[in-house]
Design a protein around this ligand. Structure first.
Ligand SMILES: NC(=O)c1ccc[n+]([C@@H]2O[C@H](COP(=O)([O-])OP(=O)(O)OC[C@H]3O[C@@H](n4cnc5c(N)ncnc54)[C@H](O)[C@@H]3O)[C@@H](O)[C@H]2O)c1
Length: 310
């Protein structure tokens, strides 16, 4: 039997018992996970049943977490309705909720039973959410190589993305995840831009500010490219282009130098760190990422100074 957890803003009707929850920032709570457990319990769902999550990454992270813990794990599927989820969050089986002000601080890896890509959901997607998704599309393009990177930049400039490119970006992430499902080595590449990005997102969460995931990632990408130029000799032109695109499309997100200490403290708590060192993914060139790169606090401050001076 199938059960559906759907973002309240999606109008689609299913011939299955459906629980609607308001998606977006602030929905990945323990309270909402309890609502999903209670819904499943009320309908006597068993672990052989499936929870289909219809919405963006917030709904699939929440639903995936609830499904993976309900009766020690029932099957779950995703119908992504945002670009970010189509291109990124619906791949790889990471689930989680935000707890005590920390993003994804409680979560699981849970195998996905099904994903349905339906581009028509993007017709109602606000521009802000399109841009948020484009940050992950660009990130994955950067990891892959020049052809995918330029295709991603063209989609950003056009303000629209083709199904071909969405499927290509999915295939790149799927291939990385298949080779390293538990993020022991190359899956770490996918964290490009996320060291600074997550800290910004977390600080926004703690301050009750609404900052879409991709906007934080875009800032994080620029910071990572700055460090890549300084520490790995990346062509400065890549940084220049991305800086320009960030200013033109994403604008300022309202953090300043006064936030350094809090942001560095948040980076120190990142799940990806080892031995108290802050870890980054850096690029030697487009298509040549390197994971587990360290940077001193001085270097990180310099990168943040660059970011906040824009
Ligand atoms: N599990 C993973 O691997 C992974 C990867 C990246 C991000 N994430 C998580 O994903 C979350 C962000 O997800 P997201 O960016 O997909 O968006 P979201 O789920 O936060 O939704 C953003 C907004 O768009 C609305 N919306 C969703 N679909 C819509 C549609 N078709 N038309 C109009 N409005 C729509 C939602 O109601 C919400 O207001 C974050 O919590 C992030 O941590 C998870």
């Amino acid at each position: 039997m199938t059960f559906v957890l759907q973002d309240r803003c999606i109008r689609r009707k299913w011939p299955y018992p459906t629980l609607k929850i308001k998606g977006g920032a602030g929905c990945k709570t323990l309270r909402n996970a309890e609502k999903v457990w209670a819904f499943l319990m009320r309908h006597e769902a068993t672990r052989r049943d499936m929870l289909l999550c219809v919405g963006g990454g917030s709904i699939s992270d929440l639903g995936g977490f609830a499904a993976s813990t309900y009766k020690r794990g029932m099957r779950f599927g995703i119908v992504p309705t945002t670009l970010l989820s189509m291109a990124d969050a619906s791949i790889g089986g990471k689930t989680g909720i935000d707890w005590k002000g920390y993003k994804n601080s409680v979560g699981t890896f849970h195998k996905l039973a099904k994903t349905i890509i339906d581009m028509s959901y993007l017709q109602t997607l606000p521009q802000r959410e399109f841009l948020s998704g484009m940050a992950e599309v660009i990130k994955t393009g950067m990891l892959s190589g020049k052809e995918d990177y330029y295709a991603a930049l063209r989609a950003l400039e056009d303000g629209a993305i083709s199904e071909v490119l969405v499927l290509r970006i999915r295939a790149i992430k799927e291939s990385i995840v298949r080779r390293d499902p538990k993020e022991k080595n190359i899956r770490k590449w996918l964290n490009l831009g996320h060291t600074v990005g997550h800290a910004l997102e977390e600080l926004a969460l703690q301050q009750g500010r609404d900052l879409p995931h991709g906007y934080a990632v875009m800032q994080g990408l620029v910071a990572a490219l700055y460090l890549s130029v300084v520490k790995r000799g990346l062509d400065r032109e890549v940084l220049r282009v991305m800086t320009h695109l960030m200013i033109e499309h994403y604008g300022k997100i309202g953090f300043t130098c006064r936030d350094y200490d809090k942001l560095i403290a948040l980076m120190r708590q990142d799940k990806k760190n080892v031995g108290g060192e802050i870890r980054f993914v850096l690029l030697r060139a487009i298509g040549e990422p390197e994971y587990d790169c360290t940077a001193s606090e001085e270097e990180i401050r310099e990168a943040m100074e660059y970011l906040f001076s824009l």
